[in-house]
Design a protein around this ligand. Structure first.
Ligand SMILES: CC(C)(COP(=O)(O)OP(=O)(O)OC[C@H]1O[C@@H](n2cnc3c(N)ncnc32)[C@H](O)[C@@H]1OP(=O)(O)O)[C@@H](O)C(=O)NCCC(=O)NCCS
Length: 192
């Protein structure tokens, strides 16, 4: 375990790292990404479609862009990358990744972004990652999450709309800017 990993373990509040059960009962494990996850993150990225990468990076991106983003080393108050791992896999198998990046030093807001393996979608995984990122970010004085989402990305917009935070979306020229307060734990999720 590197010095940074030990720091993360001590700094992250309870309920950020640990097991979770998806809507269909699938168990996963969530933890902060570590440099030694490079191979597992690369395998996850290679399995993503070109469309998924374009929705995430807003441009045709190569799979190695995922590891470059997901494994940046930084203070957890500035950025945090969480991995969702398949439970019971003999080696780490990444099935989702979510991150926040503070928008500017000392600003109480951060940008969030997510990627979920195709076969793990529609089970609430992005929502689990969003809730856990919010729990961590709150500890470091981040009060608001933001995201730019392509207008055709109804699934991501749905996740934000239904995550239980007081979300506001503003349609811009090329993307929809979503922002919401994370000060309070999210309200229980209502019907679709
Ligand atoms: C967008 C993306 C991250 C969503 O991941 P996901 O794990 O499938 O998201 P969730 O399962 O949490 O939410 C998606 C769906 O579940 C619904 N949902 C979420 N929580 C729910 C709950 N508790 N009960 C019922 N439905 C719920 C959402 O409304 C949405 O509805 P749908 O499945 O009927 O379409 C994934 O599709 C992806 O990786 N896309 C490509 C990359 C991308 O677009 N990244 C975003 C860049 S900002």
């Amino acid at each position: 375990m590197s010095a940074r990993d030990e720091t993360i373990v001590h700094l992250l509040p309870p309920g950020v790292e640990g097991p979770a059960v998806l809507r269909d009962g699938t168990p996963i494990y969530v933890r902060a990404a570590r440099p030694e996850d490079l191979r597992a993150v690369a395998a996850f990225a290679t399995g993503l479609s070109a469309d998924a990468l374009a929705l995430r990076f807003f441009t045709a991106a190569r799979p190695d862009a995922v590891a470059r983003e997901a494994l940046v080393e930084a203070a957890v108050g500035e950025r945090l990358s969480l991995l969702a791992l398949r439970e019971g896999a003999p080696e780490s198998e990444v099935v989702g990744q979510g991150e926040y990046v503070r928008t500017a030093p000392h600003r109480p807001s951060a940008e969030v972004a997510f990627l979920v393996a195709e076969r793990y979608r529609h089970r609430g995984l992005a929502t689990v990652l969003l809730h856990r990122l919010a729990r961590a970010a709150r500890l470091f004085g981040i009060r608001e999450f933001e995201a730019d989402v392509l207008p055709e990305n109804g699934e991501m917009l749905d996740v934000f709309r239904r995550a239980g935070f007081p979300e506001q979306a503003e349609a811009g020229p090329g993307s929809t800017h979503v922002r919401f307060s994370i000060v309070d734990e999210p309200a229980p999720i209502g019907p679709a």
